[in-house]
Write a protein that binds this ligand. Structure first.
Ligand code: PMP
Length: 289
């Protein structure tokens, strides 16, 4: 779990071409990110100074920008250099880099401004291991109706739906939620969800209803390496409730077992053997990167 104390104001961040201490980074109130949530973001884990799955994160960043028609402000090389420079400014072994691009500053009007230039912000935080108790015992989740918009495949900074979903989980004494739209499983508030039945790992279909996590492709290849069947398919509440194991995946939590759903044990109520195999394969992939 991440430390939720405020970041050290001496942390170095990047804003519009300049590295500066966090306390000096200021954005005008008319920035469309502040006014409309008009922007996109990325979260990239970096182990021992090396961004993990960088090509995939950059590709998703560019896809998100294209989907909301913000011209990509940096070249591929400049994005990589920015991420590397930010990591190099911090001594934490493992970090996660947050990249945030908005449509920029303009008079408040919903339509795109003609001449605004994008605001580019980036920061890095320490990537702390998930608490041992969560790895050993798994975490609780609550199921929830998915009431978000229908372009969840864009990694938008407009996260109110996800914020309310996460808070509903916390209010229910859980760490994450599992959302359902029209009775079909979508995703967590900030993670993808995996249903394990026997030797098959199933995730939600990769469409507009979920964000395609960078761990989706990774888990597909880890499944292949572990001799597990990977598939995506529409999953009912019943199929989720009857899983042998439930897993969540995200950049900062990697793969984590969900062992209680709505107060009931999932399968045996303990982290299962498929979790153990995939988690080990994940650590091997980090070591080999
Ligand atoms: N879905 C949502 C809504 C998320 O916020 C995240 C985390 N960014 C994910 C899925 C998992 O994506 P990733 O594996 O790239 O962290």
């Amino acid at each position: 779990m991440q430390d939720d104390s405020p970041p050290d104001p001496e942390t170095w961040v990047f804003l519009n071409g300049t590295f500066m201490p966090l306390r000096e980074a200021k954005v005008p109130v008319l920035d469309r990110g502040f006014i409309f949530g008009d922007g996109i973001y990325e979260v990239v884990p970096a182990y021992a100074g090396r961004p993990f799955r960088w090509a995939e994160h950059l590709a998703r960043l560019k896809r998100s920008l294209a989907r909301i028609r913000i011209a990509n402000p940096l070249s591929d090389q400049a994005w990589l250099e920015l991420v590397r420079a930010l990591i190099a400014r911090h001594s934490w072994r493992d970090q996660f880099v947050y990249l945030h691009i908005t449509r920029g500053v303009a008079k408040r009007d919903h339509a795109f401004p003609k001449d605004a230039s994008p605001t580019v912000f980036a920061m890095s935080s320490e990537l702390l291991p998930v608490p041992a108790v969560q790895r050993e015992e798994g975490v609780a989740a609550v199921s929830l109706d998915d009431v978000r918009w229908l372009q969840c495949d864009i990694k938008s900074i407009s996260l109110l739906g996800n914020v309310l979903a996460r808070q509903a989980a916390v209010d229910g004494g859980a760490v994450e939620c599992i959302q359902f739209r029209d009775g079909v499983m979508t995703e967590g508030s900030s993670s993808n969800i995996w249903v394990v039945k026997d030797e098959t790992v199933t995730g939600a279909p990769l469409d507009h209803r979920i964000l395609e996590g960078i761990r989706v492709g990774l888990i597909e290849s880890l499944c292949a390496a572990c001799g597990l069947t990977f598939r995506t398919s529409a999953l009912s509440r019943q199929e989720v409730a009857c899983a042998n194991e439930l897993l969540l995946s995200s950049a900062t939590k990697e793969i984590l077992p969900i062992t209680r759903l709505d107060g009931h044990p999932v399968g045996s109520g303990r982290p299962g053997p498929v979790y153990a195999r995939l988690y080990q394969a994940y650590q091997d992939a980090i070591a080999a990167a």
